[in-house]
Design a protein around this ligand. Structure first.
Ligand SMILES: [Ca+2]
Length: 225
């Protein structure tokens, strides 16, 4: 299987059909993060710096810097510039661990820019790991590959989607990853507006969502390369 096909299957594998139906129904019923809901991600707008993100998970193959580039008003904020020299043609980026409410559905969105580079197919390729302990401790329960991906030349582009936390999830590790070919290095991408809204308290609509999510959890998903 070539890597294009592998990517296509990964994308398909991360989106449970039941989950999609659940969120469609929930949003139809009025369940959604209200505008201005508290962002569980620290410094997701990268207004002044890249605090909140760490390169420790992947080590020195990932470097980060603050950039004045921004999907909106460039004078109002900035973004995080991520450089990857992962040599295996793999994925990696800075990470942030977020403690999440147990048993709650989650929804993650962000803006990504992949500038023109001298080789084909660098991708902004974020993904999420789920842990059964606080602060990303304990056991890794599963990994979602990827939330979405952004290609070179698309400009700033938003990706978003529901997450399906396995039962017992207490924290998640958000990885602002870049996928790059093995023979090309470095690869650069910018991330901004990383938004994980705090879920609302259970309402009748979200109760339906949780019930459907429980069904989704029983369906097998492809989780890794
Ligand atoms: Ca910003």
């Amino acid at each position: 299987m070539n890597w294009r096909e592998r990517h296509r299957r990964e994308c398909l594998g991360t989106r449970s059909r039941v989950w999609s139906a659940a969120f469609a129904l929930a949003f139809a019923l009025g369940f959604a993060a209200p505008a201005g809901a508290q962002n569980l991600v620290l410094n997701g707008d990268f207004d002044l710096d890249v605090s909140g993100c760490s390169t420790a998970y992947h080590g020195p193959v990932i470097t980060i810097a603050w950039s004045p580039l921004d999907p909106g008003d460039p004078t109002a904020s900035g973004s995080i510039e991520v450089t990857s020299t992962v040599d295996s043609g793999g994925v990696g980026g800075p990470t942030q661990c977020v403690d999440v409410p147990s048993g709650s559905p989650l929804f993650l969105s962000m803006e990504i820019l992949v500038p023109t580079q001298s080789f084909e197919y660098p991708y902004g390729y974020p993904f999420v790991r789920f842990y059964d302990g606080f602060s990303c401790s304990g056991n890794e329960l599963s990994t979602v590959y990827p939330i979405g991906l952004v290609s070179m030349g698309e400009g700033w582009k938003q990706i978003s989607g529901p997450l399906a936390p396995p039962l017992g999830t207490e924290s998640i590790l958000i990885d602002l990853g870049i996928w790059k070919p093995a023979t090309a290095s470095p690869a650069i991408a910018y991330f901004d507006w990383v938004y994980l809204p705090e879920p609302e308290l259970l309402t009748s609509a979200s109760a339906v969502l949780v019930a459907l999510a429980s069904l989704a959890r029983r369906r097998p998903e492809k989780r890794s390369l």
